[in-house]
Design a protein around this ligand. Structure first.
Ligand code: AMP
Ligand code: GLY
Length: 420
């Protein structure tokens, strides 16, 4: 079978790497891909949100399975379009992807079905939103729509909340994504990422992973797409996983079916483990980046039959096998990220890092220039390694990181080591 992976980040390189291990797969294409996917797949120079060109490509190349990495094409309806053309594709429809694409939709759904989440209110008028903020101390302001991870403001006081509301709703920093805002209560606790395969009904959870969101060590600095991740994450004890499945994942999947938009694909719950139990920070309609990198290094099951079972509604016949080892991914970023960043720096040491056993260097923002690999994005590489336990995996990942360099490179030194 031929497989098409859509996207060009570290998550997509890890997906290509894992799919390539599936015995039934003869060829993989990646659109648009990066310098790393080019080693395992044939890159197709098509943007991830150009649905018509991707559909034409899938028909011409006789693609048996398309796997969507990023949220944008899902929210734009790539799954609906491919299905209408008789093409097999893994991911939720546009209606179902609203769980990620509209924070107002997902919060209202959680309220309606009693799924634990932060108290909130949705506004389409900035003056009303400010009035609500005035009555509260610490508040979170979120743009309703997709904002590439930048539409969430953790406000310490009223001035910050007013500024965030203005940026989103008046200055339209995120375009139409800011037509509405969600204001919500600040939740205290530790964060965890719980991902699951879903076929509309059956839910098969992956092992837990934890992401590190802020750019600097010690959870300081602005939020990013993710600076590193590790799995398993002992914070999510078996008891908490049970609660998250019973109180969050099952009710969410049942709610989507009841609302006539059954959910298929990966359902990713960003959870805050609060004193009262797990609460939803957000739902994502796709694999996490960088959580996917350590998760797929640990996943022993063939991923392709699982994706097909989600499409066919036969997930109840499957289970997931995991390596007992830990895996850690350290994200190496370009100078300036998450603000304006520098592109085009030559990356040194990739070959030396590739020789270390039990590690994999997943490319994100890279491109080939003749024989050289150049930086081409904010998050550049996700250096991932296995180890018999978490400290060993951390050591192995940083040994690989130490081999790699470019001008202005930055990475966190504390991935896998949460401050207490
Ligand atoms: P989101 O995209 O909604 O997950 O928000 C991005 C990040 O902001 C989360 O990963 C949390 O670190 C933080 N965050 C979002 N909502 C809240 C909340 N209600 N309380 C505390 N932190 C939050
Ligand atoms: N790692 C956070 C995300 O994928 O949204």
């Amino acid at each position: 079978m031929r497989v098409l992976v859509i996207g060009g980040g570290g998550r997509e390189h890890a997906l290509v790497w894992k799919i390539r291990q599936s015995p039934g797969v003869e060829k993989i294409y990646c659109a648009p891909g990066n310098a790393g996917t080019a080693e395992l797949a044939e890159n197709a120079d098509i943007p991830a949100d150009d649905i018509e060109t991707l559909a034409q490509f899938a028909r011409e190349r006789n693609i048996g399975l398309t796997v969507v990495g990023p949220e944008q094409p899902l929210v734009l309806g790539i799954v609906d379009r491919f299905r209408a053309l008789g093409l097999r594709i893994f991911g939720p429809t546009a209606d179902a992807a609203r769980l990620e694409g509209s924070k107002a939709f997902s919060k209202e759904l959680m309220k309606k079905y009693g799924i634990p989440t932060a108290d909130f209110q949705v506004f389409d008028d900035p003056a009303e939103a400010k009035k609500y903020a005035r009555a509260r101390k610490r508040i979170i302001v979120k743009a309703d729509g997709l904002a590439a991870g930048k539409g969430v403001f953790l406000c310490k006081d009223l001035a910050q909340a007013e500024e965030a509301i203005d940026r989103i709703m008046t200055q339209k920093a995120f375009g139409a994504a800011g037509d509405k805002v969600v204001l919500e209560e600040f939740l205290e606790g530790r964060e965890i990422s719980l991902l699951a395969f879903v076929d509309g009904k059956t839910i098969l959870p992956l092992e837990a992973a934890q992401d590190h969101k802020t750019v600097y060590d010690g959870d300081r600095g602005p939020n990013t797409g993710g600076m590193g991740a590790y799995s398993p994450a002992p914070l999510l004890t078996p008891g908490l996983l049970d609660r998250a499945m019973c109180e969050i994942m099952h009710p969410a999947v049942e709610a989507m079916a009841a609302e006539n938009c059954p959910y298929q694909g990966i359902l990713y719950a960003g959870l805050m483990l609060t004193r009262e139990g797990p609460k939803v920070l957000e739902f994502n309609a796709r694999f996490g980046d960088p959580e996917t990198q350590p998760l797929l290094m640990r996943m022993e099951s063939d991923i392709v039959p699982l994706m097909e079972a989600c499409i066919d509604g036969s997930l109840n016949k499957h289970k997931l096998e995991w390596s007992g080892q830990s895996a850690v991914c350290v994200v190496m970023t370009a100078e300036g990220y998450p603000g304006n960043f520098v592109k085009g720096r030559a990356i040194k040491g990739l070959a030396a890092a590739a020789q270390l056993p039990g590690s994999a260097v997943f490319h994100a923002g890279t491109r080939l220039d003749g024989g050289n690999v150049l930086t081409h994005g904010g998050r550049v590489l996700g250096v991932t390694a296995l180890g018999k336990d978490l400290p060993t995996a951390i050591g192995n990942a940083y040994s690989a990181v130490a081999k790699i360099s470019w001008d202005g490179v930055h990475y966190r030194k504390d991935i896998g080591q949460r401050p207490a």
